[in-house]
Design a protein around this ligand. Sequence first.
Ligand SMILES: [Fe+2]
Length: 359
Amino acid sequence: MRYVTVSHLKDGMILGQTLLNQNFGTMLSDGMQLEEHHIRKINDLGYGGVYIRDPRFEDIAPSDIVKTDTRIQLIRSARELQQQAESGYFERSNIRMTKVSQDKLIMPVMEEIIANPKRMLDYVDAKPYEDYVYYHSANVVILSLLVGIEMGLSGTQLYELGLSSMLYDLGNIFVPKAILNKPGKLSPEEFEEIKKHTDLGFEYLRNHFDISIEGCMGALQHHEYYDGSGYPNGLKKDRISIFGRIIAITDVYDALTSRRPFRQPMFPATAMDYININSGTKFDPKVVAALRNVVASYPSGICVEMASGARCIVTENTPGFTDRPKLRLLKGLSRTPLNVDLTQSGIFAEAEISHIIEL
Ligand SMILES: [Fe+2]
């Protein structure tokens, strides 16, 4: 398989993954031949790109960190929660979510990630921008758990982190939709309204969920910056809770790699550059290092051009070497070997990835 961005999809290509409709049913099945109207639909739904089957790369089989069903269940739960919160369900019936229902949300995904020996994202997640909020929540849960495991958090902490990563932005239900969804620049007054979602989210979690104070801190502190320039309290460094520091990064990383109505998604390597540039200012360097260790910069199935001009496809990534994938040469200088493993030391200098390309 190889990954193709939506603008490079062509009539006749064979889809390499199942794409879902808004009710999580099958919209387009794995293995089907794409026609012009399918491609339009993929574009209209806001996918950034998809994996397609290519006889040249049959042995390249990128896979998600969790099973498709687990991811769908997580997205579904995020939607249900958001809709319940928006409808006033929790306040009206003065309901607290029980530990049992929360366990059903978090435990399956947490157990699957812990059991996966690779524990890294080596996959470009196909997500539509319709229903962005729910897909985003699911991704932040998965990313935060990967980072939390990498940082050595205990099982209890991981559970609370997973829950916090699902709920941290619920305070947005108190912000007027017109401000929340405003495409242009916000006025200072509008930004003050937006800022309230952190305090309000913290209170909301305390009142309606069976979650620790540490878990609620994810809602309160996910817009704090490491250098003290964030909100609501301008806290610095370790004064910000570990959940606040983790979600501050996983929230931004997933937003950057998602397609939005106003821009195409960034590839992981580019989003990681943004995170790295802001390490020590916006973001905690320890959390940045952990994210770098669990996210492949060049996921399997992506095509890249090397500094030498050679063109390659990424065949696989190795944990611990997330920006040094294994590559197969497609076209290049005759002295370039057919397969290059960038994890090996002593490889020639031109074996540096220059940029991502389309075939
Ligand atoms: Fe937020």
